[in-house]
Design a binder for this molecule. Sequence first.
Ligand code: HEC
Ligand code: HEC
Length: 397
Amino acid sequence: MEKIKSYITPIHLLVGNLILLFLFVHIGCANDEDDNLFGSVNVLSEGISPLPEYIPIPETNELTAEKISLGKQLFWDPILSGNKDITCATCHHPEKGYADALDVSIGVGGSGLGEQRNGTVLANRNAQTVVNSAFNGITRNGEVNPIAAPMFWDNRALSLEEQSLLPLLSKEEMRGLNIPENELYQSIIDRLEVIPEYKKAFLNAFGTDEITTDRIARAIASFERSLVAPNSPFDSYMRGELTAMTQQQINGMNAFVNVGCAECHSGPMFSDYQLHALGIPDNPKLSETDAGTGTYAFRTPTLRNLSFTPPYMHNGMHTSLEEVMNFYEEISEGDDDIINANLTVNDIDPLVRELHMEDDVSDAIIAFLEALNDPNFDKTVPSSVPSGLPVGGNIHN
Ligand code: HEC
Ligand code: HEC
């Protein structure tokens, strides 16, 4: 088995960060007099930092090329869905930044891809991107525990391994109505067992050709771990390449911290991985209110690769970053017309109500958010999948 090596060791990273810290303290001193929202700050000490240049890998699931390759086949193969019509890639498609470009995802029985997708069964929330989900849970100090990595808008699953089996079971996302929940895993295994190409791929990945849900989970999680994009202009800038961001983006970065965005959007993923109530309304397409874990609080999303993943928020109702910035301006001015009908202003997280949006910071912050894009993730689509079914499911209108 070919083991995937981290291409830079943590010790190098540590030395790199110490150099950067020096650099930023220095820049910080040079501009001490700036006291407006664009004034320079030591962003590292304020909690935003580049991604590490290695992939966090759990000891229980060593990353190998064979597992990644099997995981990719499973990710794209409709054989894993109850009615053989939908795949992970239907809602997490490389052309849509490994999300689906819809406000809320359309599940089983649907047809088409992205904005062109039609169907009546909804998955109720905006699909999150899978890119960089290998870093979920990373702290301000760059520590990650991949077996406890929080997943979903409400953090209800821990680790890519645990997450990867849940869409299969979900009646709306992949299972459909024909297979009872308690028979689902066995019926998927039975289907895979009779496909020689899968037997061989499991043998290559795991040393024997036994097919289990645990192995399916580990293969899919391995493929997802290969979908990292740690080289945005911001990352290059923070690693010392000072021309990687424009002056407007640097101003936007300072404003992002000074305004208070980094109170929640912190660390290398621009998320504290905590739940906060912003008062985002329910999507009117839903038949019931979505209170998350009960208090309408949802996980701070990553701000990486936003150019590829509109629309925004758990309800998918903000179609642009301008709209998101308007929302924060209105909330910080105490406007309660825009919040969820089940909440009052006092239910909204004080960190949002107290944002300093006095100056016109939106353009600069949006320019900064654009410096968090790295388009260099694997966008290749397999030409076929072992079942012989349509690659990606019923997405080819
Ligand atoms: C019908 C569309 C749909 C399908 C099919 C689907 N997903 Fe998702 N995925 C979503 C939605 C919607 C969310 C957010 C759900 C939530 O938070 O409750 C999500 C969330 C995730 C997350 C969490 C990311 C994060 O940062 O927390 C991962 C990882 C993921 N999906 C992987 C997969 C895999 C692997 C498969 C296939 C086994 C799959 N998805 C199938 C729509 C889908
Ligand atoms: C109290 C913590 C908190 C603060 C402060 C905060 N955010 Fe957020 N942000 C969140 C949460 C939580 C969500 C998701 C809310 C939801 O969908 O219910 C979010 C969503 C977003 C999104 C949508 C991303 C996506 O993929 O859907 C953007 C963009 C964003 N915030 C940018 C900012 C900016 C810029 C600031 C500063 C002006 C800021 N945030 C301040 C917690 C915060």
